[in-house]
Design a protein around this ligand. Structure first.
Ligand SMILES: N[C@@H](CCC(=O)N[C@@H](CS)C(=O)NCC(=O)O)C(=O)O
Length: 382
């Protein structure tokens, strides 16, 4: 029997939750290991060149980082229950929601983890410590956990969490939880009867952080119990008692439930503008740096691949944030999908995009698309 796939990650990690949900839904054999594992320290981390999770090591020794690349590598090998819907509206939606979960909801993800130390901190320190010494002793875990827990606070500035924006971040996330709750009361997954990319990506905030960390877990159970239940369904795929007789296919593009359009209206309304501003900022940066040739590694900083900074409007506040290339790169997936649609299909999708406030964004060109290379980014010539 061949070796299984190895997922290096942590139960409390945002992006590991996305890849784990994918692997579990596919019901393919894999094992999960933490950072303490020799495979992580001697092979995975060495190949990538910096500390990051999730990483997948394939049975033939390939090391893949970035949840998007991992899923895209595995999908042709595990084609059952396709991750990417085929139809115009659902296909676009899955890609857009994945980008929204990774790059917009991360703000709420960090806030609900780090802004409530009385409720969360000892749990988080313990969770972090467990990735370094999985079986204790507890004091050593906590000591390591404290060290690791110091780092993410810097990320506040990176993604724009400030006293001015935090009330908006909370109001938006709670509204989304309620919308998701109404949806999952009637439907097992975001886009219908089986999980897609959108569900995997939503597991990053809603399982990796919110279902487990004490403060948001209790909030979610209180205001959105059906959303909490969906995280359990995602973790234990197979027939669920509530939805065992739910018809399996995804929603037809022409019959989207109102619960889903309500979710899309929120996601489009609050994320399309920021995405557009980020693309514009990067194009300006490129114009200011004519020395950057196609194919040359971009001088990004941090795990999110940031470069330069720009102003965004977030929940009514204007603030400066680093320009995150990861966000643009992931958005390129929905842009390429959109651009490649036959014109009739695109017109059908355009009606929906206008409804949810994302039409203008989808017309914005990406003149020099980003390409991932050597676990970083290079820019192409278009
Ligand atoms: N875009 C990457 C992001 C990966 C990422 O940011 N991982 C976090 C944990 S969820 C991390 O490892 N951060 C570095 C650190 O904590 O040292 C992906 O989708 O895999």
């Amino acid at each position: 029997m061949s070796e299984p796939y190895i997922l290096y990650g942590s139960e409390c990690s945002y992006f590991t939750a996305k890849v784990r949900a994918y692997l579990r839904a596919k019901q393919e054999p894999y094992v999960e290991r933490v950072n303490a594992d020799p495979g992580y320290r001697q092979r995975a981390r060495v190949a990538v060149g910096y500390d990051v999770i999730p990483i997948v090591e394939t049975p033939d020794g390939m090391i893949i980082q970035d949840s998007v690349e991992i899923i895209d590598h595995l999908e042709p090998l595990f084609p059952k229950r396709p991750t990417y819907p085929q139809t115009a509206v659902l296909g676009w939606m899955a890609r857009f929601l994945a980008c929204y979960a990774s790059h917009f909801l991360i703000r709420a993800g960090l806030h609900y983890r780090w802004s409530f130390p009385d409720e969360n901190l000892s749990f988080i320190e313990h969770e972090f410590g467990r990735t370094i010494c999985p079986r204790g002793p507890k004091e050593v875990q906590i000591a390591f956990g404290k060290k690791i827990a110091k780092r993410p606070l810097g990320a506040y500035r990176i993604i724009g969490l400030t006293p001015e924006t935090i009330p908006g971040v909370e109001a938006s996330c709670e509204a989304l939880m309620v919308r998701l709750d109404l949806h999952f009361e009637q439907h097992p997954y975001l886009l219908g009867g089986q999980p897609t990319l959108a569900d995997y990506a939503f597991m990053a905030p809603f399982y990796g952080h919110f279902a487990r960390d004490p403060y948001p877990s209790s909030l979610m159970k209180r205001i959105a119990p059906n959303l909490f239940r969906w995280t359990e369904r995602m973790m234990y795929p197979g027939p669920s008692p509530e939805f065992h007789d739910y018809p399996a296919p995804l929603f037809p593009d022409t019959e989207l439930p109102e619960t889903l359009t309500n979710i899309m209206t929120q996601a489009g309304g609050e994320f399309a503008g920021e995405l557009g501003q980020t693309i514009t900022a990067f194009e300006t940066w490129l114009r200011d740096h004519p020395e950057i040739d196609a194919g040359v590694q971009l001088p990004t900083v941090g795990g999110g691949g940031s470069l330069g900074s720009h102003e965004i409007s977030l929940h009514g506040t204007k603030l400066n944030v680093p320009t995150r290339l990861n966000m643009i790169w992931e958005h390129q997936k929905s842009k390429a999908f959109y651009d490649n649609l036959a014109s009739g299909e695109r017109q059908r999708l355009d009606i929906f995009l206008r409804e949810i406030g994302a039409f203008t964004l989808m017309q914005q060109p990406i003149n020099r698309p980003l390409v991932r290379k050597n676990y970083g980014f290079v820019v192409s010539n278009g």
